[in-house]
Design a protein around this ligand. Sequence first.
Ligand code: PEP
Ligand code: MN
Length: 338
Amino acid sequence: MIVAMQEKATEEQIDAVINALVECGVEVHRTTGEMQTILAAVGKTSSLDLAQFEIMAGVMHVHRISSPYKLAGRSFRPEGTVIEFRNGVTVGGKQVVAMGGPCSVESREQIFETARRVKGAGGTFLRGGAFKPRSSPYSFQGMGIAGLEMMREAAEAHGLLVVSEVMEIAQIEPMLPHVDLFQVGARNMQNFNLLRELGQVRKPILLKRGIAATVEELLLSSEYILAGGNYEVILCERGIRTYETSTRNTMDISAIPVVKKLSHLPIVGDPSHGTGRRDMVAPLARAAVAAGADGIIVEVHPNADKAASDAAQTLYPEQFDQLMSELRLIATAVGRTF
Ligand code: PEP
Ligand code: MN
């Protein structure tokens, strides 16, 4: 950690900062320049609160040099994490994966038909919400466990893995037999109790970036799961809220290479929630793969316009087919397989 003192900082103010740092158990290296004094704090600085030093008299600014997350940081596993699923599918390696399915599981016919089309197009995961975090309490809230049972059957029938959202701790246990990958939604990215509990689970977690979360906050949230001993975390860029109103959210493509640089965890892109518009899902999915994403997660429904949730951003199966063939080319161009 670096503390840059103001040009006019007095010796008393500099000493006060040095003493405060030493009291926190870190070693301080002082550089006295012609204009300014710089203090470098070395040791266990990750738990220090920067603001505590920023408000001290004579301080200009304080920066962290080492990352506040340890297990999620790239240096923990420089070669990158590859997660292997029970059928041999891997996420985070050379292969780029596609997860497709409806926003919500609605009926047996719907989920079976979707599974058939997702598999036919080359998808490896069937997505579908059974517990839905809806902005309005009057909107469709999902089919619950009955929906998950149907989804598991449909996925098994077509050789797909299942990814579905868990909204609270009490749902983990009943969901365990039905899912291969637990999704933590954007609204729960900082539900730290849920994250801690998922750290105890021995199944992979898809952690979506919060609507207003920075990449650092996303990585700190993943740290909660890793710290519990579950190292199988896949991150997801699903768009963030900005001042732009042309799309539902702003799909932050740059977060993909940023995460790749900072962390060893795989990351997938969700252009459905990222844009909120069916006509923009494919361009952003292509961009995500080109930018180095390990996969995409996309909403697909046989009767997309009539979907019970997120209809406007849901692809028709034919559109998903077309997208898959484009992604195959892009994956190859960036040295991946699809
Ligand atoms: C979803 O995947 O349908 C969903 C609700 O996603 P998010 O948490 O990103 O809004
Ligand atoms: Mn949705």
